[in-house]
Design a protein. Structure first.
Length: 278
């Protein structure tokens, strides 16, 4: 791998931007190619086999662009396909997502933690492994909140509808005594302020985005792949959906000034292959 090459980041849609913004903050000299598979969002309700096909296809596309490292910035995609793509592409370093159960269990004072994710994440063996390793003796309450993905995709994170959805999802967990709420989907950090407002000050919201960015930095260092400090990082944003809609949501989530200047391009699926839109 060449240190001048970009880092590839993939998600079903805009959720991975929560990881991307931490990567930009921690790794400002890195070039990044971001793929939002909005033609197939959301991944949560889909079968593991479908999600696996999407992730393998996007990984092949990113490798064709000569990326030096891949970040699967999507919990559902990691649950369905992280082990698969690592097996298929052993020469490529691939960083995935797992629910941050370990820090939540370590910090809990009540012995009860809540995990918020989509159904696909809960069905994967990765989730069961994390709970088994790090939450022994803890009461783990899980809740699937698929509508939050759609709220984030629409840039609707603090409206009355968003507040109503958050209340429905987290009230049972808070009433069960959870003092830690784990955000097990990369779309969910965009609702973090709303979740905290509803949960109250006695509940900690656990967002793994910063930890994932730190892991990316460690992998770059391990393979001597960091860009030099005199390089200014550039991000290319791509979507398999409608790029104009993606750019508008980008403005709602990361700020209009950033979105207006963003390099947004289209990609398209054809016969199971992902490539640049013509």
């Amino acid at each position: 791998m060449n240190r001048q090459n970009a880092i590839g980041v993939l998600d079903s849609g805009v959720g991975g931007l929560s990881v991307l913004r931490e990567m930009i903050a921690q790794l400002p000299h890195e070039d990044i190619l971001y793929v939002a598979d909005q033609a197939n969002v959301p991944y949560g309700p889909r079968t593991i086999e479908q999600v696996r096909e999407f992730v393998v296809g996007i990984t092949r596309f990113l490798m064709a662009q000569d990326v030096k490292l891949i970040v699967v910035a999507c919990n559902a995609a990691s649950a369905a396909a992280l082990y698969t793509v690592r097996d298929l592409f052993p020469a490529m370093s691939i960083v995935g997502m797992e629910p941050a159960v370990k820090p939540a269990a370590e910090q809990s004072q009540t012995g009860v933690i809540g995990v918020l994710a989509t159904q696909a994440t809960f069905q994967g063996e990765l989730y069961a492994s994390v709970v088994g390793r790090f939450a022994h003796g803890m009461q783990v309450e899980k809740r699937a909140c698929p509508e939050w993905v759609l709220l984030a995709e629409a840039g609707d994170t603090n409206s009355p509808a968003a507040y109503d959805s958050v209340r429905r999802c987290i009230t049972p967990l808070v009433e069960a005594g959870a003092d830690q709420l784990v955000l097990g989907c990369t779309h969910f950090p965009f609702l973090k302020a709303t979740i905290q407002d509803v949960a109250g000050p006695g509940v900690t919201i656990v967002d793994p985005s910063a930890a994932v960015a730190r892991q990316v930095g460690r992998v770059l260092d391990d393979h001597d792949l960091r860009q030099p400090d005199d390089h200014t990082g550039h991000v290319i944003y791509t979507s398999s959906g409608e790029t104009g809609a993606f750019q508008r949501v980008l403005g709602a989530l990361v700020g209009a000034q950033i979105a207006d200047a963003a390099d947004v391009r289209g990609v398209r699926w054809e016969n199971g292959q992902l490539d640049w839109a013509k």
